[in-house]
Design a protein around this ligand. Structure first.
Ligand SMILES: Nc1ncnc2c1ncn2[C@@H]1O[C@H](COP(=O)(O)OS(=O)(=O)O)[C@@H](OP(=O)(O)O)[C@H]1O
Length: 570
């Protein structure tokens, strides 16, 4: 590469030699590129690219748009192929190198008072020891080297159309960085780096800086981990520390509830005497079990936070239980509640008070997740509501246990129940035939569990023998779908929890047809209940549904009376 001349223009000529091809660039640069005031002025190189292909010298004039002119102000490419350069022959590495020169010219015109000797990065695939290149140059200049058929270089037009920096990027990063570094520093005063050129591609921070930043970040992570870990046992009671549990439930409960309702049951350390089985067996209404699949409705996998705290906290017997009703919306309620940082719940249904009571409270407690002070342990087993022994057994565990019942129109509930059974045993009789003991006489078969579970008033009577009404909360299954945040507000108040779960936690999923969580506990991702929740129901004869409504009406009225709530099913 040579740069000569004085006055307005400085000539330059360049030879680039590749293993199979060579190219030369001749051109001139306005002298002001090399003056101290160069930054204010703009200009362009002009010249030609000459390369040898298939023993025939080819030439493409290259010129550039006058960057200083208003029309081309800020023009992208310094060198643009003229019409003469639109050739068909495939371009060669040397031409690519020549194209890279254009980038260097751009830098050169803008940066240095005195033009340093330009060093071209070798074209891609031509990273060779300099010695070898020098040896090749005379041959290449001779223009006799035949075309290399395997050449994969992009066309000159495309090279020149691209930003020269992209052409340059073909060169290995390190080689490029080193050469640029040599050229731009090298003791010369770089006066005016044109904004467009260098601002577009700020140089990456040097590796040591990045290494230091990475180290700093790693140290920060370790420090944060150690802080949280040491804090896990002691920070739980810190008010406002959402992640770790506020321990401020009573403080946030509405005054009416704080006065009227029973406070959260005290956390119970299991007395050794109680750790033995109290009784065996349990009378559960046939088919009362929800037969919930464990996944995804019954997620048992601990969340990341749960895992983090798995070493701290302790397992407690539940202070609140969702006791029913089957197909009422119990899973939705529990999943929504689990979003609350002060609620820890076992995912699967334990069925302790109906099926596994003989295993003892120690076994039951062991099923529970670990909790910190201020957190509530919960579980849900919808069959408890219709299990005769359950009220006494739960009361024996703790009289202060809070009971939640999600109720739903008993007719729809019965159909939902039937739909679930049908999905497992498609050969069962029709809903209509199962509903009646004697259809012509209009006698409803109350021994069929799908019908029996809906006699809410009857079941409630058993519970009220062991628990005061204020210790029970009745959640409307219909409202839980229509207004989940509203129902969750009532539940949080009942449990003495700070109202954290609100409208902003839900969205209505059109495909599912149900409200879903924007962020599920643990995953932080949107979460709808699985496909076993919200199944389409089979068509049931209207007449049968009407007869069922008539059947349930008196029981519903009684239930409204007992609970002091009208659920609007009639
Ligand atoms: N958000 C949301 N997503 C999906 N499903 C919802 C939701 N909220 C309430 N429901 C209703 O919950 C019904 C299932 O009730 P359960 O969870 O109590 O069933 S189970 O007893 O545990 O098997 C289920 O009954 P079916 O529609 O008959 O499947 C739903 O209607």
């Amino acid at each position: 590469m040579a740069l000569r001349g004085s006055g307005r223009w400085r000539d330059l000529s360049l030879q680039v030699a590749g293993p199979a091809h060579s190219a030369s660039v001749r051109g001139s640069l306005p002298a002001q590129f090399f003056s101290a005031s160069a930054g204010k002025r703009r200009g362009c190189a002009q010249g030609s690219v000459l390369w040898t292909a298939r023993r025939q010298p080819r030439r493409a004039a290259v010129r550039c748009a006058p960057c200083g002119g208003a029309r081309a102000r800020g023009c992208g490419a310094l060198l643009a192929p003229s019409a003469a350069s639109r050739h068909r022959s495939s371009p060669r590495p040397a031409v690519a190198a020549a194209a890279r020169l254009s980038f260097q010219l751009r830098l050169l015109r803008a940066t240095c008072q005195k033009p340093p000797p330009l060093q071209l990065p070798p074209p891609p695939g031509e990273e060779q020891p300099q010695k070898q290149q020098q040896q090749r140059r005379p041959r290449a200049r001779g223009g006799n080297k035949p075309n290399h058929p395997a050449s994969r270089e992009p066309s000159l037009r495309s090279l020149l159309r691209r930003d020269p920096r992209h052409v340059l990027s073909h060169a290995p990063r390190r080689a490029r960085g080193q050469r640029m570094g040599q050229r731009l520093s090298g003791g010369r005063s770089c006066l005016d780096v044109p904004g467009r050129l260098l601002q577009q591609q700020p140089p990456p921070p040097p590796p040591p800086v990045r290494r230091k930043l990475a180290l700093l970040f790693a140290m920060l992570c370790v420090w944060l981990y150690m802080f949280l870990y040491s804090c896990a046992g002691s920070c739980a009671a810190a008010p406002g520390l959402l992640l770790l549990g506020s321990g401020s439930r009573a403080a946030h409960a509405p005054p009416a509830l704080a006065a009227g309702s029973v406070g959260p049951p005290p956390r119970q350390r299991l007395p050794a005497a109680l750790a033995t089985p109290l009784a065996a067996g349990g009378e559960t209404a046939e088919g009362a079990a929800s037969q919930e699949e464990r996944s995804p409705e019954a997620p048992d996998a601990p969340s990341s936070i749960s895992t983090f705290f798995s070493g701290s906290g302790s397992k407690q017997l539940p202070q609140a239980i969702i006791i029913g009703v089957k197909k009422g919306g119990t899973r939705a309620l529990l999943e929504f509640l689990r979003v609350h940082p002060d609620v820890r719940a076992v995912g699967a249904e334990p069925h302790f008070f109906d099926r596994s009571y003989d295993k003892g409270l120690a076994w039951y407690r062991d099923l529970m997740p670990r909790t910190l002070d201020g957190q509530i342990t919960m579980e849900k087993t919808p069959s408890y509501f219709v299990t005769r022994e359950a009220p006494a057994r739960i009361s024996a565990m703790s009289k202060a246990t809070k009971l939640i019942v999600v109720v739903r129109d008993p007719v729809t509930r019965a159909v939902s129940d039937y739909t679930q059974t049908l999905s497992k045993r498609p050969d069962i009789p029709t809903f209509e035939s199962l509903t009646f003991r004697n259809r012509s006489a209009g006698l409803i078969d109350t021994s069929w569990s799908a019908i029996q579970i809906g006699l809410y008033a009857k079941h409630l009577e058993h519970w009220l023998r062991h628990f005061p009404l204020r210790q029970m909360l009745f959640v409307s299954g219909e409202r839980l779908i229509r207004d989940p945040a509203g129902e969750l507000g009532r539940v949080q108040d009942f449990l003495g929890l700070k109202r954290i779960i609100s409208d902003k936690h839900f969205y209505f999923n059109q495909t599912k047809g149900f409200p879903c969580l924007k962020k599920a506990e643990g995953s932080g991702r949107p979460h709808c209940l699985g496909k076993t929740k919200g199944r389409p129901h089979p068509e049931i004869e209207r007449e049968v549904l009407r007869r069922l409504r008539d059947f349930y009406r008196p029981f519903n009225r009684k239930f409204y009376q007992m609970t002091g709530q009208d659920f609007g099913w009639d």
